[in-house]
Design a protein around this ligand. Structure first.
Ligand code: CA
Ligand code: CA
Length: 159
């Protein structure tokens, strides 16, 4: 079911089926913890800590975590051989620490089928319309591909 859903959203489907990862944030962005990536380079999307940004490890781990997967369901097949962080609890903690930075489209919530998919697509090398097609919410602050790309790049400092 999970992969059917992801494959659907990776295509051209328009239906927004949102998973609320942090329901306490639904009231808006005022209670988000603001983090400064430039002064704190620890906040990156190198989730498994192998000093590389990879779609099929880091991107997939982020997407799965945003879908609420835990334990083996979170990490199976998605940890690089040279990963520093291999336990699902460590992976989840690193993703949690991203906080509002993982809100790629800036709409105030962190969602799998928007923020998670945008990150995975970007790590897969997709850009422009292919990057954002079907996954930008109506209330997104960052709506254009260039804005989305710029935000994701702030989470990808040189390693
Ligand atoms: Ca990595
Ligand atoms: Ca968002």
């Amino acid at each position: 079911m999970f992969w059917n859903l992801v494959q659907h959203k990776m295509g051209i489907g328009r239906q927004l089926f949102l998973f609320r990862w942090m329901p306490e944030l639904e009231n808006g962005g005022s209670n988000l913890t603001i983090r400064d990536t430039e002064s704190n380079p620890l906040y990156t999307i190198d989730i498994d800590g192998n000093n590389q940004y990879d779609a099929l490890s880091d991107g997939l781990l982020l997407l799965r975590a945003l879908f609420g997967l835990e334990g083996q369901s979170l990490t199976a097949g998605a940890i690089s051989p040279d990963a520093v962080y291999t336990e699902s609890s460590e992976i989840k903690s690193r993703i949690d620490s991203l906080g509002d930075l993982a809100d790629i489209d800036g709409n105030g919530t962190v969602n799998a089928l928007t923020d998670g998919l945008l990150t995975l697509r970007y790590l897969l090398g997709l850009e422009g319309d292919t990057l954002i097609n079907g996954v930008i919410e109506i209330d997104a602050i960052r709506k254009s591909a260039s804005e989305i790309e710029a935000h994701i790049k702030t989470l990808m400092p040189p390693l």
